[in-house]
Design a protein around this ligand. Structure first.
Ligand SMILES: *Cc1c(COP(=O)(O)O)cnc(C)c1O
Length: 412
């Protein structure tokens, strides 16, 4: 497998030397029969694990009914999914696309369209954010490593410190039309927005006539134990009625089938009239049937509550890991099943092990050897993004692998 990739596939990814042939639930297998526990979840995508039998059945029956007809016609599957998303958020409409970057690109186009009459176009985003790899979403992304070497940069973005309300307020210019943030920064190291930041941004946007947009590609779709991360963050607080003006979605939305979407409030959504935006595949019958089935299963099996239970279990186990290896780890981060460990960079242990490899990479590689998939989130955090359907014993086994990985590292 690897030799074909080395020769024929563009070398855009730093791939790990793991060949995967088959998956079931939260386990995957290499061709040699070796089994790994999947706590990486395909980077927050495989919300129902690998090869869920009901999803396999939906794919098969939908393939025999209607797969793709384009967006020139009406079909049941897309309308139904849009209604279900709107009913979960607030009155508005949904546009379907094929990825997270495309969903965010749609938010940016929507913002520019809304500001066009007044000559406003600027979108304020956060440092350490990640919004995608298209030209505009790269410019929105607050990480230099994503942008360098692809200039000139798409204009109209400014990046400010996350959770710093004053910085955002002070940055507003006559050209500003929107603020775009993640509810929990994923790639940037699992940092949740604070309640004060969310509420403050909502107030600021209302006062200054700006659009508040949330990139929920990674943190949304139940990942934190509520449909949206801001609902989880603001639970029990005054801001429980908080709602952005637009929200993007992807990853867990399709559970492995490539799809994205964005929702916007009614008055905003109708600004994208016929001919203003589009995509050939977006929201085709197959994609929407799968996404609706995922919603059915999450609702029927009450996975929201289960995600919170699993999230707490994972948190306490990761905390035990941190307590056992304080020279290597400093804390647990994240919410629900978007959890991770922050690595200790001040003790010097990682640097001593390998000064050329980021600590998060060293951790993830050691975990692979011990039999579990996890994902780096920046250089100093490692993420676990398990499926919502993982059972306690598989989760525990995955964490046990992390213990043996660190045990081995600490003895090397
Ligand atoms: C993954 C991700 C994206 C990009 O999604 P793609 O499907 O890779 O285009 C955008 N925003 C966030 C927060 C993400 O985690």
């Amino acid at each position: 497998m690897i030799s074909q990739f080395d020769k024929y596939v563009m070398p855009t990814y730093g791939r790990f030397p793991i060949e995967l042939e088959r998956g079931a639930g939260s386990e995957v297998w290499e061709p040699n029969g070796r089994r790994l526990i999947d706590l990486g979840g395909g980077i927050a995508v495989n919300c129902l694990g690998h090869c869920h039998p009901e999803i396999a059945e939906t794919i098969s029956s939908q393939a025999r009914k209607l797969n793709h007809v384009s967006n020139l016609y009406y079909f049941e599957e897309q309308g139904t999914l849009a209604r279900r998303i709107v009913e979960r958020l607030a009155p508005g409409r949904v546009f379907f696309c094929n990825s997270g970057a495309e969903a965010n690109e749609g938010l940016i186009k929507l913002a520019r369209r809304a500001g066009d009459a007044e000559g406003r176009f600027e979108v304020l985003t956060a440092e350490q954010s990640f919004h995608g790899r298209t030209l505009a979403t790269m410019a929105a992304t607050g990480q230099d490593k994503v942008r360098v070497g692809f200039g000139p940069e798409v204009p109209g973005f400014r990046r400010l410190p996350f959770n710093d309300l004053d910085a955002f307020e002070n940055a507003i210019s006559p050209a500003t039309i929107a603020i775009l943030i993640e509810g929990v920064q994923g790639e940037g190291g699992l940092t949740p927005a604070t309640p004060e930041f969310l509420m403050g941004l909502r107030k600021l946007c209302d006062e200054r006539d700006l659009l508040l947009m949330v990139d929920a590609v990674q943190c949304g779709h139940f990942r934190t134990g509520r449909y949206q991360s801001f609902q989880r963050i603001l639970e029990g607080l005054e801001g429980e009625g908080f709602m952005p003006d637009a929200i993007s979605s992807a990853k867990s939305l399709g559970g492995g089938f490539p799809m994205g979407a964005f929702w916007a409030r009614e008055a905003l959504a109708v600004k994208l009239g016929p001919g203003s935006h589009g995509t050939t595949y977006g929201g085709n019958a197959m994609a929407c049937a799968i996404a609706s089935k995922i919603l059915d299963i999450i609702e029927r099996d009450r996975l929201e509550g289960r995600i919170r239970e699993l999230g707490e279990r994972l948190e306490s186990q990761l905390q035990r890991l941190v307590d056992t290896y304080p020279d290597y780890l400093i804390g647990v981060r994240g919410l629900g099943l978007l959890r991770g460990v922050a690595l200790n960079t001040s003790s010097g242990v990682w640097e001593r092990l390998n000064p050329d490899v980021a600590p998060s990479m060293q951790f993830v590689k050691a975990a692979h050897e011990a039999g579990v998939l996890t994902i780096p989130a920046g250089p100093t955090v490692a993420r676990t993004l398990p499926a919502y359907t993982i059972d306690n014993s598989t989760l525990d086994e995955g964490v046990e692998c992390l213990f043996s990985a660190l045990n081995k590292i600490s003895k090397s």
